[in-house]
Structures are given as C-alpha cells and as structure tokens.
Design a protein around this ligand. Sequence first.
Ligand SMILES: [Zn+2]
Length: 58
Amino acid sequence: MAKKFACKAIGMDCGFEAKAENEEALLVQVKEHARTAHNMQQIDEATAAKISGSITEE
Ligand SMILES: [Zn+2]
C-alpha cells in the first residue's frame, strides 16, 4: 500500500505532497524536500515524530 505525506499535515504553509511505495522511500523524498524547501539540514526528533504520525496510507 502506498504511503502519503503532506507538509500541511504538520502545520506547514506549504503545498508539498509526497507519495511512495513504502515509508523509507517516502522519508527520502520528505527529507529532500525539507532540506531544499524549508532549509532544514537535519530533521530533529520532534519533527520526525510529527512526520511519522502524519503519514497516511493510500
Ligand atoms: Zn513543505
């Protein structure tokens, strides 16, 4: 089952949405987006927890 994540789900004012076959592949996209779009070189634990909690299945 595909996994989905939207920046909006964690309260970001951002239209980014990612979709991937599994959580690992999804997180790669999300981290890349966070780095390039939100200037987050590192995702801290609190944000990582929010992200995991906001991943939905499609
Ligand atoms: Zn974003």
